[in-house]
Ligand binder design. Structure first.
Ligand code: DGL
Length: 272
């Protein structure tokens, strides 16, 4: 029997739309409810306990929308809160760190992998551990926090002189280390792919976990007999900031026009 409940997806704001677009492409018949916590973003600079609290509240909201699965489409929230969320949930919870780590381990030829992410993700060590887990012994892993990349992506400065200078500043140590694979460990970073590729060189493989995450979503739907009948899937959007602001900047992240009708919701009303 088909399960027509939607998939719940949340992020600190709009970065998770780069994951949502891949889910739409991979399982186009599935409904989705997206929550962007723009009112409390960024997550990348906040403490682990705060991110766990926010993530639990976001999950409660999505559970109230009767979703059949939760996708944590934020690397920082995945790094800090996945364990707690998956223990508390009665439905499958998917995170974005492991699929990217696995893809990087598979892609490297010279055994030197770079990870760029928010400060929160880098400091958690979760990404590094995940890449190590899937890599051959002796693989060298280099991490770099790139906090300004989030603002550049939201500002629409994806590939200009300022972005090139910021790339040089953040990425020079990774280039000097000779990495051949670079994990874009933050859902905002795929928008800066051109600028990052220009600086790193076209030989360096950039790993955007979105597609790998969508494959996990598809496989989890199939394994759990959770697939829908594909008829008229819902596409709902909520934000904890002003819907107009969300709609203004969302489209490039989603890679297409955003359906109208984003609603406002504050998840901080949930006691967790
Ligand atoms: N979405 C966050 C992530 O993937 C980046 C933006 C933020 O710091 O909130 O880590």
């Amino acid at each position: 029997m088909a399960d027509n409940r939607p998939i719940g997806v949340f992020d600190s704001g709009i970065g998770g739309l780069t994951v949502l677009r891949e889910i739409w492409d991979m399982v186009p018949g599935e409904g989705t409810v997206y929550f962007g916590d723009n009112g409390r973003a960024p997550y990348g600079t906040k403490s682990k306990s705060t991110i766990i609290k926010y993530s639990l509240q976001n999950m409660r909201f999505l559970e109230d929308q009767d979703v059949k699965m939760i996708v944590i489409a934020c690397n920082t929230a995945s790094a800090h809160a996945y364990k707690v969320l998956s223990e508390k949930a009665d439905i499958p919870v998917i995170e974005v760190v492991t699929p990217g780590a696995r893809a990087a381990a598979k892609a490297t030829r010279n055994g030197k992998i770079g990870i760029i992410a928010t400060k929160g993700s880098v400091n958690s060590g979760v990404y590094k551990d995940a890449v190590e887990r899937y890599s051959a012994p002796g693989t060298e892993i280099y991490q770099q926090a790139c906090p300004l990349f989030v603002s550049l992506a939201e500002e629409g400065w994806w590939d200009n002189d300022i972005t090139a200078a910021v790339c040089r500043e953040y990425l020079t140590p990774l280039k000097e280390a000779g990495i051949d694979t670079l994990v874009l460990g933050c859902t905002h970073y795929p928008l800066l792919s051109d600028a990052i590729r220009k600086f790193m060189g076209s030989d360096v493989v950039l790993i955007n976990a979105g597609k790998a995450v969508a494959e996990v979503v598809r496989d989890t739907l199939n394994a759990g007999s959770l697939a829908s009948d594909g008829i008229d899937p819902v596409r709902a959007f909520y934000t904890s900031d002003e819907p107009e602001l969300f709609e203004e900047i969302a489209s490039p992240f989603l890679g297409r026009g955003l359906p109208a009708g984003t609603k406002h919701f504050n998840t901080d009303r949930y006691e967790v």
